[in-house]
Design a protein around this ligand. Structure first.
Ligand SMILES: [Zn+2]
Length: 575
């Protein structure tokens, strides 16, 4: 130890005077340094604590913790020194700090260089730290690391000097025994003289892990709130606004017995909504009977729905109950209700109004308690006007209409639906794929989906069948008849350039006329401004012409000066 030598250089309080500030309070078992209560504790405990910190939160975060711990200690030590020897010149106050370090047992400072100008405009310190407790902790418990490890000591020195001198000083360890150097060397300069000052300073900022945790907690509560409040409806899946509206309406209808009319294009998921309403209703434990009225010949539909007695017509070899009786106390879902024969329409109206049915060929009235959910993808009102559908039945069914939007109006739901169908068919075909390629996902989002969710389901099923086990499902597997390229462009039927993915915007069988209106549609939807459409077009022509402006101009049927002018105006640089 070389304390005596250090002490002779300072006019401030010496080791003995400082050590007198340490008092052991006999009466209550506390230890004091000046006016601050201290704690004598085993270094091993701190070592274990530090080890745990590093293992739990990682080296970088642990470094931040200990640097801030040192920073806080340094501030308090500076206050103490100021109180004890405030009238000394700054350089002597700094040196008093060195003695304090020895007294506290954290290290012994050997001053290699210390320059403090009287007005504090210049500061430089190069200090050797002997017996750094931090280096010792590291070497004994954690082994050597890549960088300096005397974090708290560097933090301590930084805040100690900053507080005493009234300007931001940063100390950094240039060498450290903790990373294999033969000594621990601390260099101090005004903060602004360090090049990496701003990043280094982050270590002194209050624990960002807490902010991060708070932020994550906020996110969780927002998400939880969303989940709690986001309506769901059985296997009718989605997150979009259109989806949520349908769910809210359907869930409200669930509670009562009101007849529901589901509207929407073919394949939008009307049966799923109907099942969802049933499953959320008090009838959930009772039967749910679905019937597609278009799938049954008109002359048989009445018997199918309401039952038949033996001999009512040729082929009615025995009496049997119809779907309504089977659905008693539950729900019946009549898809394509517009296809009901006039007789069936009349019987349905009676069932709705009186809760009574009669089997075909029977004169016995049977009571039924059935909730009716009807669906159509055609306009019922128009059918009424054309005399194909009873007006009174229409009004009876239309008390609670729910319009289910087509898939192209709820594209946000496509990824979730895709995932759902993928899981379903992977299980069904006992196959495990790596999921969709990025291009395939993009293709699904861009496609127009005339067949809606049902078409999406079919496309996924086909893709899964075509893909090998353990393989990625490529766009080609989903849309075998289309050429899909990423950000590539093709010539349209009219000779213009279009983005290849825009091909996904129409059916595979679309005609040239449909194609051209479709890519314009997409161009408008995606770029929205003439300038951006023009910019894309010009950039593409340039790229195709290898940045030869004259060539690109020919391609675009423009003069070279005109093209040059447009390029300049649109800020397009020619490489
Ligand atoms: Zn060190």
């Amino acid at each position: 130890m070389n304390i005596a030598a250090d002490l002779t250089r300072t006019n401030g309080p010496n080791m003995q005077q400082l050590s007198q500030q340490v008092r052991f309070q006999k009466s209550d078992g506390t230890v004091w340094f000046g006016e601050q209560r201290m704690l004598l504790m085993q270094l091993t405990s701190l070592t274990n604590f530090r080890k745990e910190q590093i293992l739990t939160v990682g080296l970088e975060r642990a470094k931040g913790f200990f640097m801030r711990l040192g920073y806080s200690l340094g501030q308090q030590d500076a206050e103490l020194v100021k109180r004890l020897a405030g009238d000394l010149p700054p350089i002597e106050l700094i040196r008093t700090g060195f003695i304090l370090d020895s007294l506290k047992g954290s290290m012994r400072v050997e001053e290699l260089k210390l320059e403090v100008s009287t007005k504090n405009e210049h500061f430089y310190a190069l200090l050797q730290m002997h017996d750094s407790y931090e280096a010792e902790m590291f070497i004994s418990e954690l082994g050597l690391t890549d960088g300096p490890v005397c974090w708290a000591l560097a933090g301590h020195a930084s805040s100690f000097a900053s507080t005493l001198l009234g300007q931001e000083i940063i100390f950094k360890e240039k060498q450290c025994r903790g990373c294999g150097d033969h000594q621990c060397l601390l260099e101090g300069r005004p903060a602004t003289e360090w090049e990496d000052y701003s990043t280094y300073r982050n270590y002194f900022k209050s624990a960002p892990i807490i902010d991060e945790l708070y932020e994550l907690q906020d996110q969780i509560s927002v998400l939880r709130h969303k989940i709690d409040n986001s309506p769901s409806l059985g296997n009718f899946i989605g997150v979009s606004e259109g989806f949520q509206t349908v769910c809210k309406l359907a869930n409200k209808a669930s509670a009562g017995k009101v007849s529901v009319l589901l509207l929407g294009e073919t394949g939008v998921g009307k049966e799923l909504v109907a099942k969802g309403i049933h499953d959320n209703s008090p009838r959930a434990e009772q039967p749910f009977i679905a019937i597609n009225c278009a799938a049954i010949p008109p002359d048989l539909i009445e018997a199918e729905l309401f039952g038949v007695v033996k001999g009512a017509y040729t082929g009615a070899t025995q009496s049997r109950e119809g779907r309504f009786e089977r659905a008693n106390k539950g729900t019946i879902f009549l898809d394509e209700v517009i296809e009901l024969s006039p007789r069936a329409q009349a019987t349905l109206l009676r069932a709705l109004q009186e809760g009574e049915i009669e089997r075909v060929g029977d004169n016995q009235t049977r009571k039924v308690d059935v909730r009716v959910i009807a669906a159509t993808n055609e306009s019922l009102l128009q059918a009424v006007e054309e005399g194909r559908f009873r007006a009174d039945l229409y009004y009876r069914l239309n008390v609670y209409p729910i319009d289910i939007p087509p898939l192209r109006q709820r594209r946000e739901d496509i990824p979730m639906l895709t995932d759902h169908f993928l899981k379903k068919y992977e299980a069904f075909y006992n196959k495990k794929t790596l999921g969709l390629s990025d291009l395939a996902s993009k293709a699904l989002i861009n496609y127009q989906w005339p067949g809606n969710v049902r078409e999406l389901e079919n496309v996924i099923e086909r893709g899964l069948i075509l893909a090998e086990n353990g393989e990625t499902i490529d766009a080609q597997y989903l849309f075998p008849s289309m050429s899909i390229g990423l950000d590539s462009q093709v010539i349209s039927a009219e000779g213009g350039l279009i983005d290849a993915p825009s091909q996904l915007m129409q059916k595979p069988t679309a005609t040239a006329g449909q194609q051209s209106s479709s890519w314009m549609e997409q161009a408008l939807e995606q770029s929205g401004s003439m300038a951006s459409i023009e910019k894309t077009l010009l950039q593409h022509a340039l790229a195709k012409a290898d940045n030869n402006v004259a060539e690109a101009a020919r391609m675009l049927d423009m003069t070279r000066p005109t093209l040059a002018y447009r390029l300049k105006k649109l800020n397009i640089e020619v490489a």
